[in-house]
Design a protein around this ligand. Structure first.
Ligand SMILES: O=C(CO)[C@@H](O)[C@H](O)COP(=O)(O)O
Ligand SMILES: [Fe+2]
Length: 218
């Protein structure tokens, strides 16, 4: 199933509750929440207390993308705050299998994120344990960057691998996705699309999401 996960990183943080409510009333399938620690990535965003504060504004699943070193330290906090999916970067996990088990032990979905320079093969041993693989199509840290075209080959490679193993795993793409490149990304085999600036740049969030989803269905 094809899904859209608007990234609130590009939203107006001064009215975050309202933004979550409007996104919740839209055709969005998930709400993508970028957590950055100023260590693994050169930027700081928000923590579990903010996720907890916005949780009452919608029932849509929260897709929490952890861009933090040693993510094991924060999994319980984000699960308690209301995350439905937690993804961790393979580049940050010394014991990836343990981290994935920690997430799943909380009864929520678990995914792994790969930076643009990290090969798809690096997660072969853990693939069968995952609900989702997130392929970064920019180097993480900021919204509004340009999509890296070699991501398309990684999507095809990963989709082939998943099909060969008869697994049921979502492929999510994050970074620089817009109405002009989203079809190529879906055609390559991705099924979950993160979009930040392409969605929240417009004041009318619901219409922006509706239009973006129409473009995904074409
Ligand atoms: O994880 C990240 C950035 O590190 C993303 O989720 C961005 O928030 C996507 O923003 P756009 O590239 O769509 O503006
Ligand atoms: Fe993200």
């Amino acid at each position: 199933m094809i899904k859209l996960a608007p990234s609130i990183l590009a939203a107006d943080f001064s009215r975050l509750g309202e933004v979550i409510k409007e996104t919740g009333e839209s055709e969005a399938d998930l709400i993508h929440i970028d957590v950055m620690d100023g260590q693994f990535v050169p930027n700081i965003t928000l923590g579990a207390d903010i996720v907890k504060a916005i949780r009452p504004y919608t029932d849509k699943p929260f897709d929490v993308h952890l861009m933090v070193d040693h993510p094991d330290r924060f999994i319980d906090q984000f699960a308690d705050a209301g995350a439905d999916i937690i993804t961790v970067h393979v580049e940050t996990c010394a014991h990836l299998h343990r981290t994935i088990q920690m997430i799943k032990s909380r009864g929520i979905k678990a995914g792994v994120v790969l930076n643009p320079a990290t090969p798809v093969d690096s997660i072969d041993p853990i693939l069968a344990e995952l609900d989702m693989v997130l392929l970064m199509s920019v180097n993480p840290g900021y919204g509004g960057q340009v999509f890296i075209p070699s991501t398309l080959d990684k999507i095809r490679q990963l989709r082939r691998k998943i099909a060969n193993l008869s697994l049921d795993i979502d492929i999510e793409i994050d970074g620089g996705v817009n109405k002009d490149n989203v079809k190529a990304i879906l055609d390559a085999g991705a099924n979950v699309i993160v979009a930040g600036s392409a969605i929240y740049r417009d004041a009318d969030i619901k219409t922006s999401i509706q239009t973006f989803k129409q473009g995904m269905r074409k």
